[in-house]
Write a protein that binds this ligand. Structure first.
Ligand code: ADP
Ligand code: MG
Length: 211
């Protein structure tokens, strides 16, 4: 479990996430049509396509530089709540890695937790508010638990993916208390949160990458 995580595999994760977002763009937008303004899929797809283009242009050799580039690109290309929120998530991951040349599984888990902290700092979401937080926080916890139990990173990421999917599903009965969906009050109940769905795709992408 002390095997280092290479920048190449982290980039593969980002690119796989972009592909999953492209494949699920219309689905994410449908989810947002029910409790928002029908732009979440197109927002994320625009942002991740720009992020991939930025990675095509620049050979980034450290995890810190990679995630900082992705985060800055999302913040600058995506309007709405998700640009700043996912942008801050990646920026905080980048800051957590810093300019170190190597990243251990625990460094990765710490970066993910720093990203979660950025989402909270930015959006003030609390558990049960029906946001991306409700998928991300359980995923971060699951990865930490798995690594504490001496699991391989790939095994921990599978646990994180499962926790994110469970957290995503749990948003359906919730009443939205943050973001656009909160304007609907009781009418937000019974719909899956788009941002939490995107987080589940982010963790799915991790399990499809060569960690
Ligand atoms: P907008 O709501 O501006 O149209 P998007 O549709 O792209 O932006 O993203 C909506 C998603 O953003 C929601 O499904 C939710 O998961 C997430 N979100 C909104 N507000 C917050 C917040 N304050 N904290 C965390 N996540 C939030
Ligand atoms: Mg929207």
């Amino acid at each position: 479990m002390d095997e280092n995580v290479t920048t190449a595999v982290l980039e593969e994760w980002v690119r796989t996430f972009a592909t999953l977002i492209e494949q699920n763009r219309d689905y994410l937008t449908e989810l947002d049509a029910a409790i928002g303004d029908a732009d979440h899929g197109s927002n994320m797809d625009r942002g991740m396509k720009a992020a991939v283009a930025a990675l095509d242009d620049a050979a980034l050799t450290t995890a810190g530089a990679l995630f900082t580039k992705v985060g800055m690109t999302l913040v600058s290309t995506v309007g709405g709540a998700s640009g700043p929120l996912f942008g801050t998530f990646f920026l905080r991951m980048g800051a957590s890695f810093g300019d170190s040349d190597t990243a251990s599984p625990r460094d990765f888990a710490a970066a993910l937790r720093a990203g979660l902290g950025g989402v909270v700092a930015r959006g003030k979401a609390e558990p049960g508010d029906k946001t991306m937080y409700d998928a991300l926080a359980p995923a971060v916890d699951a990865l930490d638990l798995a690594l504490e139990a001496q699991s391989q990173l790939a095994t921990g990421l599978k646990a994180a993916r499962d926790a994110a999917a469970t957290g995503r599903d749990a948003t359906t009965p919730m009443l939205a208390r943050k973001g656009r969906a909160s304007y609907l009050g009781e009418r937000s109940v019974g719909h899956q949160d788009p941002g939490a769905t995107t987080v589940a795709l982010l963790l799915e992408a991790a399990t499809e990458s060569s960690f």
